[in-house]
Structure formats: structure tokens, C-alpha cells
Design a protein around this ligand. Structure first.
Ligand code: SF4
Length: 176
């Protein structure tokens, strides 16, 4: 896997101060894509074990609320194993911190469907707190939305959704 950017003090992609990883590679073709260069699977730097460890270490300070995966597309098949590996280590080491993942895919019709046959996706989902799903639709763009660009995109509470067997959206007044 390649990655385009790492932010160790990200205040834009989820609540609080977060560590974020912009993975490379994305098959969506959203008009007005904010990060078009990261559609290339070989954009940026090679994601190595050292990079993974530096991300884990960057999460240690108390002021870091959590971690965010974005891109590019973290749910592309090529990227899933790396995303799962890091998410598992973060969950084990920082159980009190949250993990968010941005995906241009749709939770019910894509991600949950893959989980039926793809063990990596099935094991990744319980590690996540929030999935921000859906492609960016420029016609539905709004600057008023919290942590997403267009109104078709949703903040999904993954833990409650899995527990209740239906899609549960986050309480936007109590995001963490
Ligand atoms: S999902 Fe994100 S990175 Fe991919 S084309 Fe859409 S806006 Fe760009």
C-alpha cells in the first residue's frame, strides 16, 4: 500500500485532535474530488512497518482523541489488509480512543455485503467506531455539515449498527 499524507495533529477529520492516514488508491470518480491525486494506487510513499509503528506511537499523547483512515479509499481490496492490521493494533493499544474511517462506498450495499464473504472486512468492522460513507456529490456539497462534504454522506455509528442489525447514525452532538 502507498499513502499520500499523514497528519499527526488533525482537527478536521473527526472530533478532537486525531492522527490520520490518507491511503492511496481509489476507484470512485467523484466530481470535485478534494484529493484527486490519491486515486492513483502508487501515489505518495510506500506504507512500511516503520510507518505503521510511527502512527501507533503518534497516538500515545493524552490529547489525541483517535485515529482516522481516509484517502483515497481505505476500503479498496488492495488497502483493506493494511487498514485492518493498523486498526487492530490501535484498538488493542488504545481501547479508549476512537477509530473513524471515510469510505466512498455505501455501508449497507457495499461494505456489509463484502463482510459476508471477506474475512478482513468482517473483522475490521467491529474495530471501527464511525464510518463516514458515500461518494462526494458536488451538487449536495454543504459547508454546514460536520466532518463530511456532501449531504448524502452519513456518520454511521458502527458499534450500534452491528449490535442492532440496522444502520444507526451518530448523535452529532456527542461525537467522539
Ligand atoms: S472517494 Fe474521495 S478520493 Fe475517491 S474520488 Fe471520491 S472524493 Fe476523491
Amino acid at each position: 500500500m502507498y499513502y499520500g499524507m499523514i497528519k499527526k495533529y488533525d482537527v478536521a477529520d473527526g472530533p478532537g485532535v486525531r492522527v490520520s492516514l490518507f491511503v492511496s488508491g481509489c476507484r470512485h470518480l467523484c466530481e470535485g474530488c478534494f484529493n484527486a491525486q490519491t486515486r492513483d494506487f502508487k501515489y505518495g510513499e510506500v506504507y512500511t512497518a516503520e510507518v505503521e509503528q510511527s502512527l501507533i506511537d503518534a497516538m500515545a499523547p493524552d490529547y489525541i482523541s483517535g485515529f482516522t483512515f481516509l484517502g483515497g479509499e481505505p476500503m479498496e481490496p488492495e488497502n483493506r489488509p493494511f487498514v485492518f492490521s493498523l486498526a487492530k493494533k490501535l484498538r488493542d493499544k488504545y481501547p479508549e480512543k476512537t477509530i473513524w474511517l471515510y469510505s466512498g462506498y455505501t455501508y449497507e450495499t457495499d461494505i456489509l455485503e463484502w463482510a459476508k464473504t471477506d474475512e478482513v472486512v468482517r473483522n475490521l468492522l467491529p474495530l471501527l467506531d464511525v464510518i463516514v460513507d458515500g461518494e462526494f456529490h458536488i451538487k449536495e456539497k454543504s459547508l454546514m455539515l460536520k466532518f463530511r462534504g456532501s449531504s448524502n454522506q452519513r456518520l454511521i455509528d458502527v458499534k450500534r449498527s452491528l449490535e442492532e442489525g440496522k444502520t444507526v447514525l451518530c448523535d452529532e452532538d456527542n461525537l467522539r
